[in-house]
Structures are given as C-alpha cells and as structure tokens.
Design a protein around this ligand. Structure first.
Ligand code: NOJ
Length: 736
C-alpha cells in the first residue's frame, strides 16, 4: 500500500536548529546559572503552597515558585525576600489554579467547549489573565486537555469533553488568551497544559485510577491537544497523577524526554502535579521519597509541586551520581528562562491597587455573559414552549435558581458569590416572579415544601425549574457512579409536570447527567454546565427570547451511567448496530439461547445514547443542503473543499454550529466511525440561506497507523456536514 509519509524528523530538526541559536534570554540564563550553587539550583526546582510565611524560605533560596496565595501584600513580602534578601535575587513565580476565571467566573471549561467558539474562549482566558495578574498571579494551571469519555469522572467539568479536535481548538484558544502576544507583558500569565497524559481515561471514571491506553491511542487521541498547544507556545506542562501501562507519568521518561522534548521539540518547563512525585511510592513504582526525586528528575521533570522530595534529596542524589548535574542544569535553565520571559527580573512586584481597577469590570461581566449564553444547550422544546416571550407571571423553583456559589462551578477559589447574578435575580427583571425553591440544595430529599410549589404553580403562566449539581459534586476527586439528578429534584420536576402549566427545566451541572426521565416530565430543557458569575442574566435572556440557544454537546449524553464510557468517535465492532437490537421487554420468558440480534448493544438501554455529541437545538430550525465536494478524487497535497447550503427556516436570527465529520473507511488499523474535523458558528437571519465552505487539507487525515507512522493512507473516505455527530448523509471521496 502506497503511504503518504509525514517526515517527523524534519520538524524535529527545525526545532533543534532553532534551539541552537542562543537568544538574549539564553545568555542571561547561562550567566545566572553559572553563578548558582547546587543548593540554589535545587531551591528553584521546589514549589511550595503558601504565602508570607514562606519568606524565610524565599530569602534562603529554597523555593522557586509558590502556589495558592493571592493576597497581594503577602506576595510582595515573599517576593521582596527573594529579590532583596536571597544571594542572587531570583524572583519567585506565583502560581494559581485559574481554571475558568479569576474573579469574574466564566462557565466551567466543559461549558466553554459547548460554545464551539474559540474566540469567546480566548477572550475569557485573556480576561482571566488580566484579573489574575493584577493580583500577582503570573502562572495558571490551565488548560486541562484531558480527553474525557466517562461522565462519572468528576473532572470532565474541567476539560473540553470527549473529542480530540475540539480539545485542540479550545486548548489553543486558552493558551493564547492567557499568554497574550508577549509573556513579558505584565498582564500575561504562563499557561500550563495538563495533565500529561491520559488522566481522563481513569478506569471506571474513578479519579486517580489506572489507565490502559495503547501507544497508538495516546498518539491518535490523547496527545493531539498537548502537541498543538505545545506548538502554540504553551510555557509549561504538568505531569498527571495516573500511570499508563504501569508507569506513572511523573516518572515516565518516554513521555517527557522522548516524545515531548524529542519528537515535539518543546522547550517549556515541566512541573509535577501536587505530590505526584511522592505518590509514586503508593503506586509501588518508587521505594521512598528519595527514589521518587531520582526517577522524576531523570524522567525529565523540572519542578516539584509539594512532594518535598527534590529539596530534601537531590543534593545527595547528585553526590551519589544518581542524578547528573546536567539534568539539574536542564531543569533550572527551563525555570529561569520562564522567569526571564515573564519579565519577573524587571518587574517582580505587584501593584497593590491594581486588582481593584480590573476585577469584575463591566466588559469582563459582558464577556462572561456572552460565553454563558453561547454555552447553554437546548435539548428539548416541545411545542416551542421556549422562549417564554408571552408569559407574564412565572413560577421559579428548584435548588439552583438562587444559588450564587453553586452556579460558579468547580475550581473557584477567588470568584465571590456576592458578585454572582442568579437566574432568580435576572428573571425578576423580565417577569412577575413567584419564587418557591421547593428544595434547599441539590441533594435535598425533603419534599415537604412541594405542596407550596404546586399551589404557586396554579397562579403562574409557566413554571421554570432550576436543578442540577452543587459545585462540589464535580471536579477533582468527585466521581459519581450514579448520574441521575440528586435528592428529590426529579420528583420536583415530576410534580410540576402534573400542574398542566408549561414546564421549562434548566439544568446547571458540572457534567452530563442522566436526565431521560426528567425530559419526559417537562416541555423544554436547557442544559447549562455551571455557567459562572453571569449565568443568571444569560439564562434569563435565553428564556425570554432575547438570545437564542446555540450551544452543542461537547460530550455524548447517556441514558444510564452504565453505558459509560461512551463516545461518538469509537472504532467499529465486527457487529455494529444494524437496528435489530432486542430490548428486555421483547424477550419471552424461557427464551431459548440466542444471540438477540448479534450486535453490540445493551438489553436495557439499547445501542444509542440519549443525545449524541454535537447535539443542540435552537428556537429556529436549520436545513442542511447536500454537501458538494469540489473534487471526489484527491492526492496528498490537495485540500478538500466541501460546500453546502445552510438555511434558517424559522423566525429568529440564530447561530448554528455546522460540523464536518470524516470517516476513513478502511485502514491498516481500525479507524473511528467518524471524526470531527472542522466546525463553524454561522449566524443567519430568519429565512436566510448561506453557502458554507469548509476547507480541510488531506494532510489532516493522517493518523498513527499499524507501523506507528503518522500517515494518510490512500483509499475511500466518507464525509458528513451536519448539526451533530449522528445526522447527515455522507458523501464519498478517494485519496489516491
Ligand atoms: C491537583 C490537580 O490535579 C491539578 O490540576 C492542580 O493544578 C493542582 N492540584 C494544584 O492545585
């Protein structure tokens, strides 16, 4: 078989050549490095959590970076100790988990991914950087690039969901937003791409769990977002907690040295996750803390977050010849380079009055609102109940309607709930609101107030029920085995369905929940991943019809958690779905032994998910014309051009996320049934038709094949353009 090869070595060579040209920064790094003692070098490799109490460590040169301090006075105290009292005056680098906003909180990253709008995501990251740097934070542990296909894993909230291509687009947008055009700009914040790698594939969705990922899957699915963001200039990278095929990432030389540094030529700084070096003891990979330091540094790690192993043992390990000074110089060079690039030597201190000028600025709140509007997904709208543009009096109920803290979502340390605008507050601007919470919080099982809610519903034109998850139920270490709405929330929705009033359900959650029975009990459902500070006004605009939903699902929605992991871009089985699934109710008693349709499905939930990846309705409907390929026969250097007409058939101006999927029909290894390759948000006036053209270089059809080469294999392909991953009719093309 003729194969179109992509010569990796050229990229590596180019990267290597550019590294050999010594920059001004390199010269400054070398000069400083030459003056440092071994102990001072080791101090730079140590990151500690804390604030002013670390000033003596800073003065002694025992710490290179601190995390978890945003008290600007404390930051300046530690910085002063480092700059004015330590022998070489090397500034401290201040880090923080700024995951989806600093003070102004944007939708959780999974919600941002639902916008399919890299521009608003980049803007959100820029605003996060402006606010965080004003409080002295110059390094964020974001974006999280872990492809996640199991909604039981609590950290699905922090990433872009199940698709590698969407992950690339969102990750690159965040890196650009955080870092700006120039790292030395005082409003620039170094990004940290994490968690390298495979952390999202935790078995059973249990956080920190082992993963089994083949090298080919790593390369085809889990690496792309890391590679793309590394190429986009991400300044730092974090190793993950998990092990892959028996090797914890923090001690994985193949990952860090061979792939990241070698193949990709990336020259940023590598930090461990919190004590992920120390945890190699519990993994049974290291004998003791000293051994963890030896393994991590030799694998290529530059900085240790909170295991204390580096600071305690590296000197001894160097003396014993177990770590070479060359490895230490490599690590310290990467750390110092970043500090020079950030301009910390010139501008170490933070202006203690700056944050008051930028926090919650009107334009920040406006962007957060726009992002929240774009991130909400309309899952159901029977009889076009939404928007509620005619209703005058509405009943607002449910535990998430007025929960300013919960609607910000996971990983919020600095956002203040006093600044959050809840749906209840925002809806009061639009309607006569009758407010009866029904339940106090999402896990509340006490239904004693339901009678009051029922009574109130009688006086309203429509009922809007806000349900979901408290913020603490998703995020790190918050996996769940049952994904139904918690507490008596489903009962509350069921009660409302009996009132005869139009019932709109808004779900505010950190992950895809299993909401099939709730859909049956309402007319319309808007799914809003925790929408952040401005979630209330965004949802009120959508409910009233001042804005039209345009979000699309970044993860497959399941009927039952037992279907997980489930993702649209899976490989095919030898017995794919052929529409002959036999469900429990169809099986006679004492049925004879039979294979029941002989395809891959569940007897209880069938074959398909509840909603496919990419799904989302609008207040209008869009009609896709048949895709027309410019050429149906292409060669390796060609660009696939496919055009189609998109028509807005309704009465609202609205935005559709058009999606392009491709299938490589036959490969040297089994290929996914479909892969997202392009998407675009297209806004159309009522009745308007636009001809849309997607361009896709044939080179982007490459994958890691049987021989573990990155190639486009000639042959037959199918292509879809559609509003989700399960729609559309394919057209075929051939790569010669
Ligand atoms: C552990 C988490 O896994 C990581 O994402 C985070 O950045 C660090 N803790 C620091 O808080």
């Amino acid at each position: 078989m003729k194969r179109v090869r992509f010569i990796l070595s050229i990229a590596v060579l180019l990267a290597a050549t550019s590294c050999t040209a010594q920059t001004e920064t390199d010269k400054r790094v070398d000069e400083l490095l030459s003056k440092m003692t071994l102990q001072e070098k080791i101090g730079q490799m140590n990151q500690l959590s804390g604030g002013a109490e670390l000033k003596n460590e800073a003065a002694a040169g025992n710490v290179g970076s601190i995390l978890n301090c945003t008290d600007v006075k404390a930051i300046n105290i530690v910085q002063k100790a480092a700059v004015e009292e330590s022998r070489l005056g090397i500034p401290i680098l201040v880090a923080r988990d700024v995951i989806h906003g600093f003070h102004t909180i944007f939708p959780i990253p999974l919600g941002q991914a639902a916008t399919f709008d890299p521009a608003i995501v980049e803007k959100g990251a820029r605003i996060s950087a402006v606010e965080a740097t004003a409080s002295g934070v110059r390094w964020t542990f974001s974006p999280m690039l872990d492809v996640a296909r199991d909604p039981r894993w609590g950290r699905v909230a922090e990433g872009s969901g199940e698709d590698p291509y969407l992950d690339v687009q969102m990750g690159v947008a965040m890196v650009k937003g955080y870092q700006g055009d120039d790292l030395s700009d005082p409003t620039s914040m170094a990004a940290c791409i994490k968690h390298f790698v495979g952390y999202g594939a935790a078995e059973g969705g249990r956080d920190y769990n082992s993963t089994m990922i083949s090298e080919r899957s790593l390369r085809n699915t889990y690496f792309p977002a890391f590679k793309a963001t590394a190429e986009a200039g991400a300044a730092t990278l974090m190793t993950s907690f998990n092990e892959i095929d028996g090797v914890p990432s923090t001690g994985n030389k193949w990952l860090l040295k061979d792939v990241l540094r070698g193949e990709w030529g990336w020259d940023g700084m590598i930090v461990t996750d919190w004590n992920s070096a120390g945890e190699m003891i519990a993994h049974g990979f290291s004998r003791d803390l000293k051994h963890t330091a030896e393994q991590a540094v030799n694998a290529g790690v530059d900085m240790d977050m909170m295991s204390y192993g580096f600071i305690q043992y590296i000197e001894e390990l160097v003396k014993e010849g177990k770590i070479s000074e060359k490895e230490i110089d490599r690590a310290v060079r990467n750390i110092l380079k970043l500090k020079f690039e950030l301009g910390l030597f010139e501008n170490p201190y933070v202006d203690e009055t700056a944050s008051a000028r930028v926090d919650y600025a009107p334009e920040h709140l406006e962007a957060a609102k726009q992002c929240a509007v774009e991130s909400a997904i309309l899952l159901q709208n029977k009889k076009n109940v939404l928007p509620l543009d005619k209703a005058k009096t509405i009943l607002v109920t449910g535990p998430l309607a007025d929960a300013p803290y919960e609607q910000m979502g996971t990983w919020v340390f600095d956002g203040q709930k006093e600044h959050t605008v809840t749906p209840l507050t925002a809806l009061r601007e639009e309607y006569n609101v009758i407010w009866e919470p029904g339940l106090k919080y999402s896990r509340d099982e006490n239904t004693k107030d339901f009678a009051k809610v029922r009574k109130a519903a009688a006086k309203a034109d429509a009922v809007v029920v806000f349900v979901g998850e408290e913020s603490i139920l998703s995020g790190e270490a918050h996996s769940l085995s049952n994904l139904d709405l918690q507490g008596a929330q489903s009962e509350l929705i069921a009660e409302m369905s009996k009132t005869g009033k139009p019932v709109v359900v808004v779900v505010m959650a950190g992950r895809p929940l299993t909401i099939e029975r709730d859909l049956a009990n309402c007319d319309a459902m808007l799914y809003s991943f925790h929408p952040g500070t401005m979630g209330g006004p965004a949802l009120a605009d959508l409910i009233k019809g001042k804005a039209v939903p345009s979000g699309k699902l970044p993860m497959t929605f399941l009927r039952d958690a037992g279907q997980a992991p489930f993702y649209y871009n899976h490989n095919n089985t030898g017995r794919p779905n052929n529409g002959t699934e036999t469900l429990l109710k169809d099986i006679p008693v004492e049925a004879g032994q039979t294979s029941l349709g002989c395809t891959s499905f569940y007897l209880d939930t069938g074959y398909g998910p509840l909603f496919p990846f990419g799904y989302g309705l609008s207040y209008t409907t869009f009609e896709y014309g048949a895709p027309v390929l410019e050429k149906a026969e292409l060669s390796e250097n060609d660009v696939i051009r496919v055009s189609f007409d998109l028509k807005n058939k309704g009465k609202y101006e609205a935005t559709e996320v058009a999606q392009l999927y491709v299938q490589d029909c036959v490969g040297s290894v089994v290929r996914p049934v479909k892969e997202l390759k392009r998407f675009e948000r297209i806004t159309l006036a009522p009745g308007e038709t636009k001809t849309v053209t997607f361009e896709l270089p044939v080179a982007e059809l490459a994958f890691w094949n049987f021989d573990m080469e990155y190639v486009v294999e000639p042959g037959d392909f199918r292509l879809w353009v559609a509003g989700d991953s399960a729609s559309g009719e394919p057209v075929s093309f051939v790569v010669k």
